[in-house]
Design a protein around this ligand. Sequence first.
Ligand SMILES: [Ca+2]
Length: 209
Amino acid sequence: MCCLCNKCNRCQKCNKCNKCNNHCKCKCKPDCNCPECPPFEPPCRCSERGELIMDGGFESWIDRSTPTYWNHTGNGLTSGAFETTDADNVLSGGASVGIKNASIYQTVDIRGDCLFEFSFSARSNTPIAKLVAIVSYIHADGTEWQANYVFIEAGSLPISPRVFNFYKRTLHRSPPDAVQAKIEFRAETSPPSLGLYIFVDDVSFRGIC
Ligand SMILES: [Ca+2]
């Protein structure tokens, strides 16, 4: 146990403070670093903790090309997001998202100086599929700062039925003025074709502290 000087608030390992010769009281203090004291863990100021993504499993759809909680570009036969329910292309639950030549994204409210973890699973039914997953922090003025990304080259996604690859990243701490994080998937199958997709399921964006 450390001895905290009553007069000068210094930590000592003796009964009297070396500096002012005052008597000390025994008390563990965060910045004392006495071996007898438990390691100090500062209180977490980040209220956004745990899972922050809405429907990362793509189980909720407004219609078959509009996931309830996600925004997306593209709205046609060869571009967009599509509800997928066949078991070969679903990792968990009853659905996943099929993406082709489009971007799908979700923004979540966060605060600055917090730590986050990002993960997802993906597969494709074509070796020509490319996928980039990007997490950006959004500053108070609306500008974005790319915090981390996963770049998956053509031929790298598994194409065997029901086989998904799992990807996970721990991000840099959010900048002090961050107000949101944007989780985005940009999928490309080139040349575009009706039946070719990149399938994404179980997206997670978790606040750690
Ligand atoms: Ca799912």
